[in-house]
Design a protein around this ligand. Structure first.
Ligand code: ADP
Length: 590
């Protein structure tokens, strides 16, 4: 069984299943404890030719065998089969339901966590929360309840029956169990630590594997397969070591349990045999007593498994709780309202921004205005703060009050969801899902017309490429399907953003992988389709943005100049220098 902040409520939520399961379990245990009496009757019947049943002496013959032994045994077996089926469905079913429920909660919470969280927590680690840790919780809940109640019910009932037969013999059998409990508690604590270490080792291993498979092209290109293999082997060894340490403790516990159980059997045989010798017990009664003890062997074993499982469960629940308790740092403040549909006016006012845990400002005192309907280019060197500007606009990070405004309203007074609904975004490291091209393009919409998908693919100049695939728009991309080139990926992402038809469109370096001709077509199409709506295009080449209504020129986190290409040429010597350098570069390349 497992208890904790995030799990306790499930004992109430699934109380009906748990209660029914425990009732079925109690029934099975009661029936099971009827069997030793049948053993006694047979042994004594064979030895004495007569059997005592409820104080009455009956002859041991065929009709006794059928009526008092075989028929009750058959009923007991049938009832036990039915009840065992019932408790399995109820208790294991509840465990699976808890796992499903927790997984949904975790996924729901994970979605609200900030980009910063995902920078720190790698995918491999996240995946082990969702697989290993959840499986352990499921096991602890379903199997844990079963083991706890079975050990308790069967153990108590069997001990009561044993005590009724002989108090001293029962006491002698229980002494080693006390030692077992002490050893179990100590080893259990050690095992919790070892399971934590094992989970961490597994996370590191899956992080590494996931990163390596994602970056396989780089590994191959640099012929670093061997080095990566060695690094993997080391992590695999660490994982093996952590597993072995946990298993060693688990085996030690198991051996202790077996040793205690065997020692009790010795006691029963020794003292029980003596009781038969002095005539206090007969052979049938000794067999009955041993059968009762046999039925508590499983509960005793279950105690050791409970300790082991509890240790794993505690460690896994701690990890899952860490995820569920991670505070959502980018969230709406109290009393924000939905902004509805925006015009697309944007203003940055003296914004100084530093990434959480960074040592320097990514933007210093940034101020600019974008009017709705404007086509704006943001240009500057790598690392100058261009992506930071759009990340802030999309409220991926927190900003101080009175620094960023949409349609004249402080972004901190607007709900994040309603703000993002008004924006369409093509990120720099654009991502396509392992799904059809059609679904990828229409990702932003719940309802769409297939003809519209094609229209936006044409506007992003990717329709020709898609038409060449044998399955066209139904072509599945990614791991299970076709791989598209960097340029095609960018254009499909642009089609996806365009189709959202939002008031503000942001393209972060989104035409870097297409040729100049295609770039020109896309930008001209953008101008046509985005008439009256705000479009922001981050670019490296001045030629990409020179025809835009406005250019924001960024350098080292500062906004150096804002204006049209011609205005900047006059007003900003740095911009002139950039233009000149890029022209020389192009001439050289040309
Ligand atoms: P650009 O888009 O112009 O290439 P960015 O806006 O991505 O530049 O980055 C601006 C600066 O902020 C860079 O120095 C970069 O290293 C830093 N930076 C970007 N993202 C983060 C982050 N998540 N945490 C800390 N620093 C960051």
């Amino acid at each position: 069984m497992i208890f904790g902040k995030h799990i306790n409520k499930y004992y109430f939520k699934y109380a009906h299943m748990l209660l029914l399961g425990i009732l079925a379990l109690l029934f099975v245990d009661l029936l099971q404890l009827e069997i030793p009496e049948l053993y006694r009757m047979i042994i004594n019947g064979i030895e004495f030719g007569q059997v005592e049943v409820d104080g009455e002496i009956l002859p041991f013959n065929m009709s006794f065998l059928v009526d008092e032994i075989c028929r009750p045994m058959l009923y007991i077996v049938l009832a036990m089969v039915f009840c065992r089926f019932l408790w399995r469905v109820c208790l294991f079913g509840a465990g699976i339901k808890v796992e499903t429920d927790l997984r949904s909660r975790m996924f729901n919470h994970s979605k609200t966590l900030s980009q910063q969280f995902y920078h720190k927590n790698k995918v491999g680690n996240m995946m082990s929360y969702y697989t290993n840790d959840l499986e352990t919780i499921q096991e602890c809940f379903g199997d844990g309840v079963l083991m706890f109640f079975d050990a308790l019910l069967l153990g108590t009932l069997a001990i009561a029956k044993m005590a009724r037969m002989d108090g001293i013999l029962t006491l002698l059998t229980l002494i080693p169990m006390v030692f077992l409990l002490i050893v179990g508690t100590v080893v259990g604590q050690y095992m919790t630590k070892k399971w934590e270490a094992r989970q961490e080792a597994f996370s590191a291993l899956s992080d590494f594997a996931q990163e390596n498979f994602s970056g396989i092209a780089v590994v191959k290109a640099f012929v670093k397969e061997f080095r990566e293999l060695w690094a993997f082997r080391k992590l695999n060894k660490d994982n093996e070591k952590a597993n072995i340490e946990f298993t060693r403790a688990s085996v030690l516990l198991h051996i202790c349990v077996t040793m205690f159980v065997e020692s009790v059997i010795c006691v029963i045989l020794g003292y029980g045999g003596y009781l038969v010798y002095i005539g206090e017990f007969n052979a049938g009664e000794l067999i009955e007593f041993i059968s009762y003890f046999n039925s508590i062997v499983w509960p005793v074993m279950a105690v050791s498994q409970l300790i082991e499982m509890g240790s794993r469960g505690k460690a896994s629940l701690k990890r899952i709780s860490e995820l569920l308790d991670t505070t959502v740092d980018v969230k709406d403040k109290e009393g924000v309202s939905d902004i509805g549909s925006v015009r697309g006016d944007i203003e940055f006012k003296n914004l100084t921004f530093r990434y959480p845990e960074a040592d320097y400002d990514a933007l210093s005192n940034a101020s600019f205005k974008i009017k709705s309907g404007e086509n704006v280019g943001i240009i500057g060197k790598t690392g100058s703060g261009k992506t930071t500007i759009v990340d802030i606009l999309l409220r991926i990070y927190n900003v101080p009050d009175n620094t960023v405004f949409i349609d004249g309203r402080d972004v901190n007074d607007i709900s994040i969801q309603s703000l993002r609904k008004n924006c369409a975004y093509v990120p720099q490291d654009n991502f396509l899902f392992s799904d059809t091209i059609e679904h990828n393009i229409a990702f932003g919409l719940d309802d769409y017309d297939v003809a519209e998908v094609q229209r936006f693919a044409e506007l992003s100049d990717v329709h020709g490429n898609i038409a060449e695939f044998s399955e066209g728009y139904r072509t599945v991309l990614g791991e299970r399907g076709v791989t598209v080139s960097g340029g095609q990926k960018q254009r499909i992402s642009i089609a996806r953003a365009l189709m959202k038809n939002a008031s503000i469109l942001i393209l972060d370096d989104s035409v870097s992988a297409v040729d100049t001709e295609t770039e020109r077509t896309i930008i001209s199409n953008l101008r046509e389709t985005r008439r009256g709506k705000t479009t922001i295009l981050i670019a490296h080449r001045v030629s990409t943005v020179e025809k835009m209504d406005k250019i924001i020129f960024v350098d080292d986190g500062k906004i150096l100049a804002v204006g049209s290409h011609e205005e900047l040429l006059v007003a900003s010597p740095e911009y002139r220098k950039t233009v000149e350098l890029q022209r020389l570069d192009e001439e050289k390349e040309g």
